[in-house]
Structures are given as C-alpha cells and as structure tokens.
Design a protein around this ligand. Structure first.
Ligand SMILES: Cc1cc2nc3c(=O)[nH]c(=O)nc-3n(C[C@H](O)[C@H](O)[C@H](O)COP(=O)(O)O)c2cc1C
Length: 294
C-alpha cells in the first residue's frame, strides 16, 4: 500500500485537502442577534451535535489581525462573521435544520447581507419567536433548537468554535408524527431530506463557471443495519463479558475460549505494558479477532 504524507505541524495543511478532514456535513442555519435585536442568520456546516443536548459549530473570520478578535475593544467590521460578532454580544442562538427544499434559501443566507439586515427577511422566510433565547428561529425549518453558549475557543488564526447547550426545541408536528410512525420512524431529521455540504468549486462548463456549493443527499434505500451476528445482543455496546458470551452463541468461539478470554482480560488489566505483557496482548487480540470472525 502506498501513502502520501503531509506535515501540518506549522498550522498549515500543506497540501492535505481540507475535505480529507471535513466529511460531508449536514447543513443548518445559526440565527443570532445583536444588542439591538437585529437578527442574523449564518448557514453553517462546520460542526455537529457533540453529545445529546450539546452542539459545536465553528465560524471562520477573514481577518487574521489578533486585535480584531477582541470585540470588547473593537466593534464589528467587514471580514468578521456577523454571527461571531453577535454571539459575543448576545451568547445565544437558534440552530435551524432545513431540508432539500431550502437549498436556494441556504445559498441566499450565505450571501454578504449587510450587518443588521435579517437574512430571514431577505430569503423570504418567517421568523419563529423563541421561547427561551433572544434570537428567533425560522418557521419554515422543520427543527429549531434554541441554545446558549457554554464555551468559546479560538482555533488557529481564523476560526472560533462555539460549544452550546440546547435549551429548547421546536419541531414541525408532521416531522414528529413521521418520526413516530412513518416510513422513516426513528430516523429523526432524515425524514426532512437534509443536505450535506460536499464541496465548494466552479463547474466544468461556461454556464457553471461561478463558485458554488455542492450538496449531497441520503439515499434512504441504502440505510443498512450492522451485522446481527457480531456484538452484544441485549444492547448496542454492552460489557466485555456480555459481548464475549454472546459471541459463543453466535458460533464464533467456544465456551472454553470465552473462559480464556476473560482470564486474558484480567491478565492484561494487571499490566498494559505492550513490552512486558506482549504474549497476553497477542493472545487476547487473536481471540478477539476470532470472536468477530476476522
Ligand atoms: C451551506 C453553507 C455552509 C457554510 N458553513 C460555514 C461554516 O461552517 N463556518 C463558517 O464560518 N462559514 C460557513 N459558511 C459561510 C457563511 O455562511 C458566510 O460567510 C456568511 O455570509 C457569513 O454570515 P455572517 O457574516 O452573517 O455570519 C457556509 C455557507 C453556506 C452556504
């Protein structure tokens, strides 16, 4: 197998394509407001749910001058993301998931609309008053999540990451019903046909020479279950003991091998040094490979 190496330790990717780092990400809106109550909607894909009711997203700023990060001293100016400036003034936002039917609106929201003018108005949508936070949501979006900023981290020279906590959710009733008993029951937002940002590029023809964003969608017929005969049966992760026991039931290992696996785990736990306990590590790894049919 051949490999291409990229050294990125100087803070530059040095040829490592950004899309090898950023997978296709679901797109959503982040609506914020300034101290006067002017709304701003930023389409975002760099970020995702990071734990149940916690969400993380990253905004990039065009200026690299360190002083311009400190909005206590410097008010907003061109090149600073309006969403970023607002979040420093009012640390609350609404995350609005949209579906394929709002591709055009998402592109409009990404246009450089002057600060203080609401993208929701420009793209012809309707504000959805929030219950807890100051920024509004978007009525046309099937899911609106009100959130409060918990942590702000500067990343490199251009990026700032926000970790927010969801404090209120508003979901179209039709989506809730679909999620309960429709064809895509349990898949949550998939039923609204979300779009995933895959690339920003110009096209190959004179008509498509402008830089545009490319989206992909999910093919619901390709959703696939992980194999039935590998893993803990009663839950989706489970314990080591339960998992190994179930692999006997799956016919991958014998009861004697199950017993040996439990012994090996104990021996390995006593000393996780790969040099001094190499034989135990190797035997346990081999048994696990057998247990998963590899
Ligand atoms: C689908 C889509 C996804 C985007 N994702 C991000 C992102 O993750 N982070 C970011 O800083 N900008 C992102 N952008 C670009 C911003 O939305 C764009 O620069 C916008 O004009 C900034 O808005 P603001 O200055 O009102 O905050 C995205 C744009 C689009 C259309």
């Amino acid at each position: 197998m051949e490999f291409v190496h990229y050294s990125c330790e100087d803070g530059n990717l040095n040829g490592l394509h950004h899309r090898f780092i950023q997978p296709p990400q679901i797109a959503y809106f982040v609506t914020t407001c300034d101290r006067y109550g002017n709304m701003n909607t930023t389409p975002v894909t760099m970020g995702t749910c990071i734990a149940h009711n916690f969400f993380s997203f990253t905004l990039s700023n065009l200026h690299t001058n360190e002083a311009q990060w400190d909005l206590d001293k410097n008010d907003w100016q061109d090149g600073i993301k309006q969403g970023y400036a607002n979040l420093r003034e009012v640390p609350e936002c609404v995350i609005s998931y949209f579906g394929h039917d709002m591709i055009k609106e998402s592109w409009i929201a990404g246009c450089p609309v002057p600060k203080g003018i609401s993208e929701i108005d420009v793209m012809g949508c309707t504000p959805l008053p929030s219950t807890v936070v100051k920024p509004c949501g978007i009525q046309e979006c099937p899911i609106n999540l009100e959130a409060k900023v918990l942590h702000v981290h500067k990343l490199g020279k251009r990026w700032v990451n926000f970790i927010v906590e969801i404090v209120h959710g508003t979901v179209h009733k039709s989506l809730v019903e679909e999620n309960e008993k429709g064809r895509l029951a349990g898949y949550g937002m998939l039923a609204m046909d979300p779009v995933f940002e895959v690339m920003i590029a110009s096209g190959n023809t004179p008509e498509t020479k402008n830089y545009r964003l490319y989206y992909d969608r999910l093919d619901f017929d390709k959703i696939e279950r992980c194999p039935e005969d590998i893993g803990y049966d009663a839950d989706w992760i489970g314990t080591f003991e339960g998992w190994i026991h179930d692999e006997v039931g799956h016919g991958h290992i014998t009861a004697a091998e199950e017993k040996r696996a439990l012994e090996l785990k104990k021996l390995w736990e006593k000393d996780r040094n790969p040099q001094t306990n190499a034989a135990v590590k190797q035997e346990l790894t081999s048994l696990l490979r057998k247990a998963v049919g590899k």
